[in-house]
Design a protein around this ligand. Structure first.
Ligand code: SER
Length: 773
């Protein structure tokens, strides 16, 4: 059996042998803001396709980690649907086009992998006769095995906008599907399971704008994608992706842990654990929106299916270890982030498992009693037990009962409304008695302190989400004006991480969580996942403060709801000692004033430069490059003027002995020199042809500079520029030196300058004289 890892490697090696540059898989988190997750091999190359960036190579190949969640409900049910998958791809950025893409694909499948040609079928876009003809001429495939299909099958787009183009797909005939409604007419594009789509060749030649209009891309490109899971199914001659060696070790382990067997549940877990492990390794953490929510949903689904298999203990970390073992040699980030993967999975599993038990119990009762799940019940499961709606939908489907989604959504809306009304924002100058009470300074300080204090909790939680659970509090300080939070971490934070932390804290503020307190035994508190300071001594009973995802042991004063913090802004992040960093931040009105003041500065500068805030950066860049140009021109002019001054100085002298000459000169200047003296010496030498010795006297500061340059004709043992400078500078109360061919010095005593020049002349005469002898 050819292992999937060998197929992956053969693919990469084949395309390297065809001149492609191998690119390691990019992160699952794309830099592209239009995408939540990396959904295809082409995502990291989008700027090259769009012509926004010059590609550093014209052909590339990769095996890209991808996640798609549009078909989540089919995952585990069918042999081929996945969240996480690996996409093998070869790409051309204005290099080869349809003909080579077709030949490469055919050669790889039939020669490198040895697939039977008779099992391969092709589809092309209905208007792309060129592609159909190329398939026939390049591979010899007959026309009856080529299907011409519409845009829904054969026009590929990465999203609602962006690079796109007609595509051609290669199918593998797995043999007649008994349930096929078409049977005799069955062909690629049919909904049955007969033709397995294995490779998509996209002829990427258009860009789609937000109005849906197509315009040609600067160059014609190729983007191909072949799912490693599917090609492994074909090569390993099995019926389902889950039977390939990409999954079997994981499925075996799940079955070993399970007490009841259920193929769908095992497959869901096997699929999800790959997504979970890879996402965390790419710094995605469970959260309430965006990719964090995708991860949370997938984790919770996996845990739920684990329960259905009768797995009572926490099991996801065991499976994550298997994923790390199986995939770690190709994807190095897995092993590197093993500790973080463990911590995050263990925390989520602990949190969710507890509520899940109550929730599942409730669902059982509800179904037994009503034979349906009402909106109220679905809402209670969501609100009290943290069941994402999708999970409840799964359970409803499984039990074949109806679920009132509309009722659920209505209640969600009402809850949002309520929390908006109940929120107790502190409004300065307006506080408790009919808006008349003026807040005394110390009352106001107390509120500001509480804002800053609660914000440190949200900050710590956000830090752990972004940097990993390993970060630990090393100290903190709150005053009414600001907060400071010190923490241990080996590396500094990137600008993006700081932004993400700010975003998470502000999100938690906007979510307006109730700040909840409860008293627990220390052990209970720690078991519940509450964060404690390890340097602190706690009593037997501790107070646990919960706000949103943050749960900390703490006895301090807090706001009532996170919304009361108002706003959160980090103003600095720096190292304070080895492995310890400090974040300083502002909240409430202080944060608002800080932002406003910064905006004022931007506004004022924009007004000064007669431009808008958006254009300001460009404007300053333009001014800077103009300034750089001017400086260059200025320096050149100054060099020329100074050279002329040196040559035409009244106090200059040329000493000649035979073929050797030395030019010695003194000039007075009034401004500090902004030019390189070496350049002046070079230029003077070009005109005077010999040794150059220049004295520059700044009449304003009374300082003297000296530069001496030898010529290549004189052996160093006869004339040494460094020695001349060393002889002369002590006379003017200075020092200097350098190499035998070039030396510089300076001095303070201008009254002795004539003496110094005299000394230089004597030295030169002596040297040149001896050189003639
Ligand atoms: N982008 C295409 C796909 O995802 C080919 O790689 O199918």
């Amino acid at each position: 059996m050819i292992k999937a890892s060998a197929i992956r490697q053969r693919y990469i090696d084949y395309f390297i042998s065809k001149g492609h540059k191998f690119q390691e898989s990019a992160s699952l988190v794309p830099p592209d803001p239009t995408l939540l997750l990396t959904i295809a091999g082409m995502v990291p190359f989008k700027p090259y396709f769009l012509g926004k960036k010059e590609a550093p190579y014209s052909k590339a190949t990769s095996c890209q980690k991808c996640i798609r969640t549009n078909d989540l409900n089919n995952v585990g049910k069918t042999p081929r649907h996945h969240t996480f998958f690996e996409m093998l791809g070869n790409f051309s950025f204005g290099d080869y086009f349809k003909k080579d893409a077709i030949s490469f694909a055919w050669e790889f499948l039939t020669k490198e992998l040895g697939l039977n040609k008779d099992k391969l079928y092709i589809s092309v876009f209905k208007d792309d006769e060129e592609a159909a003809n190329l398939w026939k001429s390049e591979t010899g495939i007959s026309d009856d095995r080529i299907s011409r299909l519409g845009a829904e099958h054969n026009f590929w787009e990465a999203g609602p906008t962006g690079p796109c183009g007609p595509c051609s797909e290669i199918y593998y005939d797995t043999g007649e599907d008994e349930n096929c409604p078409e049977k005799t007419k069955c062909a690629p594009g049919c909904d049955c399971n007969r033709f397995l789509e294995i490779w998509n060749l996209v002829f990427m030649q258009y860009n789609k704008n937000d109005k849906g209009e197509l315009s040609p891309l600067p160059k014609k490109n190729i983007d191909t994608g072949m799912g490693l899971e599917r090609i492994s199914t074909v090569i390993q001659n099995v019926k389902s992706n889950f039977e390939t060696d990409l999954f079997t070790p994981i499925i075996d382990k799940i079955n070993e842990l399970a007490t009841t067997q259920n193929r769908e549940s095992s497959q869901v877990i096997a699929d999800h654990i790959r997504a979970i492990t890879f996402m965390i390794a790419d710094n995605v953490f469970p959260g309430n929106d965006g990719r964090g929510y995708v991860l949370k949903k997938i984790m919770r689904r996996a845990i739920l299916h684990g329960k259905q298999l009768g797995i009572t203990n926490h099991f996801l970390t065991i499976l994550a270890d298997l994923v790390i073992k199986e995939y770690g040699s190709f994807y190095k980030e897995l092993e590197q982030n093993k500790k973080m993967i463990h911590e995050i999975i263990a925390t989520e599993e602990a949190n969710f498992s507890k509520t899940l038990e109550y929730g599942l119990e409730l669902i059982k009762e509800v179904i037994a009693e009503h034979n349906a799940i009402s909106g109220e019940h679905a809402f209670k499961l969501f609100d009290t037990y943290g069941f994402p709606l999708e999970l409840t939908q799964d359970l409803a489907r499984k039990n074949n009962v109806k679920l009132d989604v509309v009722g659920f959504e209505k209640l969600m809306e009402q809850q949002k409304e309520r929390s908006r009304e109940n929120s107790t924002f502190y409004k300065e100058g307006e506080k408790p008695i009919g808006g008349e009470a003026i807040i005394a300074k110390d009352e106001k300080d107390k509120i500001e302190m509480a804002r800053n204090h609660s914000a440190t909790h949200l900050l710590q939680d956000a830090l752990k989400k972004v940097m990993g659970k390993h970060i630990a509090q090393a100290g903190s300080m709150v005053s009414p004006e600001r907060l400071r939070f010190d923490f241990t971490t080996p590396k500094g934070l990137t600008d993006e991480q700081i932004e993400e932390i700010e975003r998470l804290v502000n999100e938690a503020i906007l979510e307006n969580h109730l700040v909840d307190f409860c008293t627990l035994s220390l052990q209970e508190a720690l078991d519940s996942g509450a964060v404690a300071l390890f340097t602190e001594k706690y009593g037997d009973e501790v107070r646990v403060v919960t706000m949103g995802d943050s749960k900390e042991l703490c006895g301090g004063t807090h706001v009532e709801r996170t919304g009361d913090i108002g706003l959160f802004k980090i103003i600095s992040e720096a190292s304070i000692s080895s492995g310890v960093r400090r974040i300083e931040a502002l909240t409430g009105t202080y944060a608002f004033d800080y932002l406003n003041n910064n905006l004022k500065v931007v506004r004022n500068i924009s007004a000064k430069y007669k431009t808008s805030a958006e254009q300001l950066e460009q404007k300053i860049e333009d001014i800077q490059s103009e300034l750089d140009e001017l400086k260059k021109t200025n320096a050149k002019m100054a060099e020329n003027i100074l050279t002329e001054q040196v040559i035409s100085s009244k106090e200059s002298e040329t000493i000649t002995f035979g073929a050797l000459t030395a030019f010695i000169s003194k000039i007075d200047i009034i401004e500090e020199l902004k030019v390189d003296l070496k350049t002046i010496a070079d230029k003077v030498q070009e005109k005077t042809n010999g040794i150059v010795c220049i004295f520059i006297h700044n009449t304003k500061t009374n300082k003297i500079q000296i530069i001496v340059k030898s010529t290549p004709g004189i052996p160093v043992n006869l004339f040494n520029a460094g020695n001349l400078v060393k002889e002369v500078t002590p006379i003017i109360n200075g020092k200097g030196g350098g190499r035998p061919d070039l030396a510089q010095g300076s001095g303070e005593d201008s009254s002795m300058l004539p003496k110094a020049i005299e000394k230089a002349v004597t030295y030169l005469k002596f040297t040149l004289g001896s050189s003639v002898c």
